[in-house]
Design a protein around this ligand. Structure first.
Ligand code: CP
Ligand code: NVA
Length: 309
């Protein structure tokens, strides 16, 4: 049985299969062809944090593919008190064809993988955001025509989005530079795991954001304070001020570089309006692609008819 817990559990061929299925279903959708590849199937969504893109992209994807979805907050599901997490996972897994989860702890997703008996998708945890990174590499390939050898500069917090991008970059031979203020870098344990996973990957850490974006084909940023870190917002504004992506920083990237953001954005903090709304920005194409990539992930995970390997 397949799951999507972290990109560390995929290989390059599997990632490319998901990206290729995504391209195919996106083209068919544009032509008005909504194939019922998941007819009658039900996704149960269990979310501990807010979501616009992840929730709605999976819900619309299920509907377009002929299936349906049920949304539950972790509180409504009774996690963390009413009964054990393992029991909730077993019961939900007996109703659902798959479960999409958004959690604080990655370990809760892994608990569901152990107990639910159906495919489980990580729709963001504090550690990782694999669905986002798959979308991002799909969008880069769509915009720049290729992935291998491209240079991606991530400027900002060394968070869940940054870590999944770094793993995806390693798998797809994208050169990746991560630039964060001291104390907010990608975690040392994660970097060691990445080194073991992909010893030859071209991943570097560069503290100076201008140096990091020099020659970059993609400049990427995310919020300075993630969900769960709201109380640190003011302190982080000071620490991250030099890491704002503005027109000046974009001008240090390669000519023709694109700007990306997973959204939601805090306009005026990590990115200025002129960059987010400007001609180099593909952030809203990226947001739309969450839905197409959700389909690619669902079809790959459930090995839907017509896409069987
Ligand atoms: N990018 C992303 O995951 O957005 P949501 O938090 O709205 O799902
Ligand atoms: N790093 C952000 C991503 C939101 C999609 C967060 O975890 O809140």
């Amino acid at each position: 049985m397949r799951h999507l817990s972290s990109l560390f559990h995929l290989d390059a061929d599997q990632v490319n299969d998901i990206l290729n299925i995504t391209a195919d279903v996106k083209a068919k959708h544009a032509a008005g062809d909504r194939q019922p590849l998941l007819a009658g199937m039900v996704a149960v969504m269990v979310f501990e944090k807010p979501s616009l893109r992840t929730r709605i992209s999976f819900e619309t994807a299920m509907a377009h593919l002929g299936g349906s979805s049920v949304f539950l907050t972790t509180e409504a599901a009774g996690l963390g008190g009413r009964e054990s997490n393992a029991d909730v996972a077993r019961v939900l897994g007996s109703y659902a064809d798959l479960i999409v989860m958004r959690t604080f702890e990655q370990s809760l997703i892994d608990k569901f993988i152990d107990e639910a008996g159906c495919p489980v998708i990580n729709g963001l945890s504090n550690e990782s955001h694999p669905c986002q990174a798959l979308t991002d590499f799909f969008t880069i390939r769509e915009s720049l025509g290729a992935l291998e050898g491209k240079r991606l500069a991530y400027v900002g917090d060394g968070n869940n989005v940054a870590s999944s991008l770094a793993v995806g970059a390693a798998l797809l031979k994208v050169r990746c530079v991560v630039s964060s203020p001291a104390g907010y870098e990608l975690e040392t344990d994660f970097l060691l795991q990445l080194k073991q996973f992909a010893p030859d990957a071209d991943i570097s850490i560069v503290e100076d954001p201008r140096e990091a974006v020099a020659g970059a084909d993609v400049v990427y940023t995310d919020v300075w304070a993630s969900m769960g870190q709201e109380s640190e917002t003011e302190a982080r504004k000071k620490v991250f001020a030099a890491y704002r992506v503005d027109a000046d920083l974009m001008s240090a990237a390669a000519p023709g570089a694109v700007f990306m953001h997973c959204l939601p954005a805090k306009r005026g903090l990590e990115v200025t309006d002129d960059v987010l709304d400007g001609p180099q920005s593909i952030a809203f194409q990226q947001a739309e692609n969450r839905m197409h990539t959700a389909k690619g992930i669902l079809v790959w995970l459930l090995q839907a008819d017509g896409y069987l390997e």
